[in-house]
Design a protein around this ligand. Sequence first.
Ligand code: GLY
Length: 436
Amino acid sequence: MKVLVVGTGAREHAICDTLKDDVELFSYMSKVNPGISRIAEYKQGNESEIEKVAEFAKEKEIEIAFIGPEAPLGKGIVNKLEEVGVSCVGPNINAAKIETDKSFMRKLFEDYKIEGSLTYKVFDEYEPLSEFLDSFDKDVVVKPVGLTGGKGVKIVGDHLKDNQEAKEYAKEVMDNAMGGFAQVIIEERLVGEEFTIQAFCDGENLIPMPAAQDHPHAFNGDKGPITGGMGSYTDKGGLLPFLSQDDYDKAVHIMDKTLKAIKEEASPYKGILYGQFMLCSDGPRLIEYNARFGDPEAMNVLPLLKTPMIEICKDIVNGTLSSADFEDKATVCKYIVPDGYPETNHAGEIVEVDEEAINNLGAKVFYAAVDLQDDGIHLSSSRALGIVAKSNTISEAEKIAEEACKFVKGNVYHRSDVGTPVLVEKRVEHMKEILG
Ligand code: GLY
């Protein structure tokens, strides 16, 4: 079967890796990913130019396309590919609104009485926004309504001093129509521990994957600016050290109700649904959805997948999902990024990766925003590569991943604390405090 994976990053490398042994694999990617280019026939091009992707898919007689990133989903790549007879793992433009239009998502929770939402308001004028923030007694999060590549969200207490500063930023979001809408969404800031659940969805049913926890801050100890994610872990049993089965089930229930609501309100949702939750004193609450795999979280769960990915893809497009099995192991992923990331960059510099040594340790490399050229692997301004290890405990997996990071040389850094017992215990203690 001919399968096309759209996207250039580590998430897409991980997706390709699960498919490579069972299909004739094709890739459409903006940069030459060193990992994907050796396992797939590829075309280099902007993944958001959806007509060109559809032309390539038609020319190669692709049967199923797996869409990695959100930007082409927001442009309607699935509708375009379906027009030329290609089935897709990824939601169409209407169903993708669960990520691309945050006011649609929050309204869905209201209209369908889905648990786990939060106080929010959408504004398109400054005066009512200002009045609301003057009277609101909790810290807030300011979010553009549309897609901003993870860079538009600002949190009081993190990027913003207080709700007064939030007003100014919210005005900027509206005035500049950040994310494509002259609107802004203000949400209460939740306090708790964040976790991610990703699920395969066939329009009717979902199959959840092991829970993961990402680390958005750039530096050890959860310090520094928010990034695309510096590393993540999963635990044996599919839960997390601070996440009970009951809370996991509640989060999955929220996702299941959302899937049914999207079908009613927009269109059946086929693809990967990514739920980012905050575990609060009263249980899991939904921070946001993404209409695709998480990055880095895809790199944790995909190496555990025992069911052939192609069978899952067929079930997603045919609406026949029934099960997906995962290996019962813990995983740790550490992202290696250019020095100064996310503020400065070393674009164009070479990074040396001794993959053989990394593999000999039992770890894997997934390449991200790098470009393979004749003289080596070039950094860009974004995350370079993820290193993933799996073992019987988070701590054992962490040791392997950390050791493997030594085999990457260049102007790069990583968070050495992701998955360490000290940091994991800090999460557990934090949750205990919140639960009182
Ligand atoms: N881990 C964050 C994201 O995938 O958006």
